[in-house]
Ligand binder design. Structure first.
Ligand code: C5P
Length: 403
């Protein structure tokens, strides 16, 4: 999967002949799984039609501050659009637009959107060779790079003027590859290995019955997906769930019982940088698992239970420089209990969710968490979809790593 999958890309098209290539560019972004919105300078509309780009991007193409036709009294909101984007690409970027971007001129919608955007901005220059090497153009490049924008250099070749030299906009495939590589490089968990336990465990009573719990595994799978999206190599050790592997590059190990989860987790833990134990591990298992289905012969049946190994505590006791995170699902005295687990299991932080909070805990799509750190700090989060909760948890881990 491309790092661009799910990303919101704002493509700014300016008035250069290479604008015709933006149709291919939009197609490539869409194929990579991105959402695309296009803004154009008024003059760019002479080079490629808004109809083509809106059809390919499946979004309205904007090139003026006000709405067109019968909505003339309404305005297009460049601020919202700038904030919507995960990344902005100006391609082709003419000498004129680059110079305006470098000086903060915002006399068209594209420029105002650029000034409002908080996301990474890439620009792919396209112009004639003498314009490309003119000191003023070079100054624009340098200034824009010094602002944190990323230049996708033009290549050499035949130019629209008939001359040959530097100034051809990079080809759409090369622009896509450039952005993908650049984004991958800047992912916060690149080169990190993450181990996640998820789901319930089933402790066999006999071949058909088990002791289990209501965990759906959703939180752990979201954590795995978010860690992967942040560039990590992920090992997901999952008890029985109905969930598919969030991504083919995630190493999913399916287990049934706590002891199987223990074996897998302790095997991989020494080789990872981060471990998150979100599994709802059964604390006890039947001492004996019957080889044959138990018959209902007696009125009362006694089941002798023995304690399962505490996977997280074992990882904690063998911890070297890994970041180790646990979960606590409590029904009472949550903060005290969580604090003692944090200590006992040697964690960097513990995520608390309370069954008393509506929408939090097992089998829900949402979760409401608090995070307790070793120094006693307690951070409270709002009720959110588990996907966002996973990102919040990973952001805390990233902060710890970067400390
Ligand atoms: O002690 P308690 O079960 O409440 O602790 C919960 C945390 O410990 C969770 O992160 C859970 O994944 C982990 N755990 C474990 N092995 C167990 C019990 C809990 O890894 N046997």
């Amino acid at each position: 999967m491309s790092v661009l999958s799910g990303k919101k890309i704002l493509l700014g098209v300016t008035a250069g002949i290479a604008a015709y290539k933006t149709a291919f560019l939009v197609r490539l972004f869409i194929k990579a799984g991105a959402q695309v919105k296009v803004v154009m300078t008024p003059a760019a509309r002479e080079f490629v039609t808004p109809l083509t780009l809106s059809t390919l991007s499946k979004n309205e193409v904007i090139s003026s501050f006000t709405k067109e036709e019968d909505h003339k009294n309404q305005w297009n909101n460049h601020v919202d659009l700038g904030l919507w984007a995960d990344l902005m690409l100006v391609a082709p970027a003419t000498a004129n637009t680059l110079s305006k971007m470098a000086t903060g001129n915002s006399d068209n919608f594209l420029l105002a959107t650029y000034l409002s955007a908080k996301c990474p901005v890439y620009f792919a220059p396209a112009m004639d060779l003498d314009m490309y090497r003119h000191p003023s153009t070079k100054e624009s490049f340098e200034k824009l790079i010094s602002f944190g924008n990323v230049m996708i250099p033009a290549t050499s070749g035949e130019l629209a003027s008939g001359l040959s030299g530097e100034g051809r906009m990079a080809e759409p495939e090369d622009i896509l590859n450039f952005i993908e590589a650049h984004l991958a490089e800047s992912l916060p968990l690149r080169n990190k290995r993450v181990l996640i336990t998820a789901g319930p465990t089933y402790e066999p009573i006999d071949p058909v019955r088990f002791i289990g719990n209501h965990s759906s595994g959703k939180m752990g799978y979201e954590l795995a997906a978010a860690a992967h999206a942040a560039g990590a190599r992920v090992i997901l050790i999952s008890g029985p769930t109905h969930l598919p592997n969030p991504h083919k590059d995630i190493h999913l190990i399916r287990v049934q019982s706590a002891r199987e989860m223990f074996v897998a987790a302790t095997k991989y833990f020494p080789s990872v940088d981060i471990a998150i134990a979100s599994a709802a591990v059964s604390d006890y298992r039947p001492r004996i698992s019957a080889a044959q289905k138990i018959k209902k012969t007696s009125e009362v049946m006694e089941l002798e239970l023995v304690k399962n190994p505490d996977i997280l505590a074992t990882l904690g006791s063998g911890k070297k420089d890994q970041v180790l995170v646990g979960f606590a699902l409590e029904t009472e005295n949550e903060e005290e209990n969580a604090a003692s687990k944090l200590e006992r299991k040697n964690l960097d932080f513990i995520v608390l969710n309370s069954l008393n909070d509506k929408g939090a805990g097992f089998k829900t799509e949402t979760n409401k968490i608090k995070i307790l750190f070793r120094n006693g700090t307690l951070k409270k989060f709002d009720l959110k979809p588990k996907e966002e909760v996973a990102r919040d948890i990973l952001n805390e881990i990233i902060e710890l790593i970067n400390e």
